[in-house]
Design a protein around this ligand. Structure first.
Ligand code: 13P
Length: 256
């Protein structure tokens, strides 16, 4: 089955939560719980927690990600963090284009593309977030919108670079609301994402792509979502802040 050929990835997006001290404590709880995970486990932590996370996760099966990256290599961009800075710290993944960044920080498909290319050029693995609002879903444009987001995000990304890309389908209406997409809704859009990647890069590349679902995924609903053929993992917000709940999702991914 295709799913067996690609990497299942469960990534926690801690958002703006946890001081570095608190991050250390959460990782102390989490590391033993996911020690024998049958999937890749990533924690995407605030910039100020990265050093702590990289140090704590060294020699474990956890991988560390950031939650954003600037697209310029260096320069007069006060407050920004470059891809080289993340790589130098030992960071491996980076979340790009999360809907909260699109909504509150004027992120656009174009800047998502620029960040994706900068991340890949530096050797980071981008987790590119796409997804529709409730209005867009009700307007019946979800698939077209997500196709467009994926196409623009991947402009100028080579087939070789694509191997390091993860795409996360995160319907905005499901984020932080407790209102999860049904497993069928998640599957439908994750399959559409794989289809557009197939059109751009060919069948083999599409089959190898990890597509995650995110939006109120938790210990109770993860198994059903992750059992779907095109849902290869999850990007978890709230439930990633509780070690025991996150560990249940990790276990479900290994079984899905
Ligand atoms: P919640 O799991 O809190 O809904 O957040 C999902 C998300 O935005 C992950 O990036």
């Amino acid at each position: 089955m295709d799913k067996k050929n690609r990497k299942a990835i469960i990534a926690g997006n801690w958002k703006m939560n946890k001081t570095a001290t608190e991050a250390g404590l959460l990782l102390d709880d989490l590391i033993p719980l996911v020690e024998y995970a049958g999937c890749e486990v990533v924690v995407c932590v605030p910039f100020t927690d990265l050093k702590t996370a990289v140090d704590k996760c060294a020699g474990t099966n956890l991988h560390v990600g950031a939650q954003n990256v600037h697209f310029e290599k260096s320069g007069a961009y006060t407050g920004e963090i470059s891809a080289d800075m993340l790589v130098d710290l030992g960071v491996e993944y980076v979340v790009i284009g999360h809907s909260e960044r699109r909504q509150y920080f004027a992120e656009t498909d174009e800047t998502v593309n620029k960040r994706t290319r900068a991340a890949l050029a530096a050797g980071l693995k981008p987790i590119i977030c796409v997804g529709e609002s409730l209005t867009q879903r009700e307007q019946g444009v979800t698939e077209e919108l997500v196709r467009l987001q994926v196409k623009v995000a991947l402009l100028g990304v080579s087939a070789e670079e694509l191997k390091n890309v993860v795409i996360a389908y995160e319907p905005i209406w499901a984020i932080g609301t407790g209102r999860t997409a049904t497993a069928d809704q998640a599957e439908e859009v994750c399959a559409a994402i794989r289809k557009v990647v197939g059109e751009l890069y060919g069948e083999d590349a599409a089959k190898a792509l990890t597509v995650q679902y995110g939006g109120s995924m938790n210990a109770g609903n993860a198994a059903e979502l992750l059992s779907k053929p095109d849902v290869d993992g999850g990007l978890i917000g709230g439930a990633s802040l509780k070690a025991d709940q996150f560990a249940v999702i990790v276990k479900a991914a290994a079984e899905g």
